[in-house]
Design a protein around this ligand. Structure first.
Ligand SMILES: Nc1ncnc2c1ncn2[C@@H]1O[C@H](COP(=O)(O)OP(=O)(O)OP(=O)(O)O)[C@@H](O)[C@H]1O
Ligand SMILES: [Mg+2]
Length: 252
């Protein structure tokens, strides 16, 4: 089932009266359960695409259908409610709260989304997620008292706390070494195998090769796409090779 579709999506930034057409008529569609990678040169519009299709930033023109609603028509409150309930975010400037523990950061979006509801249920869900992601033992640490990989896994737990329909991730492994990066991607692949839809921006072909469909963005538009199919660990070397061949042809 198609859950998100953009139609001629445009985003223009204006700085000092100069227009910068960052997204130019982007048409893409995301099916439920898909794991999508987004690659492309620096400045090509990848982050802007994530911000715009998730309604964090307004579109200049075009449509974004998400579960039958046009996000470009929603008011700010409706949009932020929808974001909180149906979308999860893993962004590189991680927006974790400085003076809260890992645990409190993870449950925060759930408390925000369910103002009056059952905190026991939220707490239980947070504990399960932390266990699954292997960070239970750092629950009470402050965010400055954990490793980069642990912090990123906490971000994943937080993005999952409200059981989102889709997770948007911008360079989720950008600040990690190879081993932590692989661990984080293993977690994202697991979540996807359980049915969570994902869109992941990355510069790393190894990371992208774990996605099933990869879009290549250039000058604010989709130049090409490549279908690798669902990730399987035994084919990972082959997948990476195949993806690299495609990227090379695109001049990556
Ligand atoms: N808030 C903003 N205001 C004005 N211009 C912006 C803003 N955000 C991004 N831009 C411009 O939009 C273009 C695309 O930026 P974007 O961050 O989407 O690129 P990117 O593909 O994510 O690059 P990178 O790989 O370096 O992260 C760039 O020219 C950038 O300068
Ligand atoms: Mg970016």
């Amino acid at each position: 089932m198609e859950i998100l579709k953009t139609t001629d999506l445009c985003k223009t930034y204006v700085i000092n009266k100069r227009q910068n057409n960052v997204l130019r008529n982007v048409n893409l569609s995301i099916n439920e359960g898909e794991m999508i990678g987004v690659m492309g040169p620096s400045g090509s519009g990848k982050t802007t695409l994530l911000y715009t299709i998730s309604g964090m930033d307004g579109a200049t023109a075009g449509k974004i259908d998400f579960f039958g609603k046009d996000l470009t028509k929603l008011g700010a409150n409706e949009m932020s409610d929808l974001r909180l309930q149906k979308m999860g975010f893993i962004f590189q400037q991680m927006y974790m709260m400085k003076n809260l523990t890992i645990y409190d950061n993870i449950v925060l979006p759930a408390y925000q989304a369910n103002k009056s509801s059952d905190r026991n249920r939220i707490n239980e869900r947070a504990r399960k997620l932390m266990k699954k992601l292997g960070i239970s033992d750092v629950a009470d640490n402050e965010i400055t008292e954990v490793s980069g990989g642990q912090l990123q896994r906490a971000c994943i737990a937080r993005s999952m706390i409200n059981e989102p329909k889709i997770i948007f991730a911008d360079e989720p492994t950008g600040a990690l070494n190879r081993q932590n990066s692989t661990e984080v991607m293993e977690e994202l692949n697991k979540l996807n195998a359980e049915g969570v839809t994902m869109m992941i921006v990355t510069h790393d072909a190894k990371v992208a090769s774990r996605c099933e469909k990869i879009y290549y963005i250039e000058d604010g538009n989709i130049r090409d796409e490549y279908h690798l199919g669902k990730f399987s660990a035994d084919a990972d070397y082959q997948r990476e090779k195949e993806l690299n061949n495609w990227l090379m042809k695109l001049g990556w």
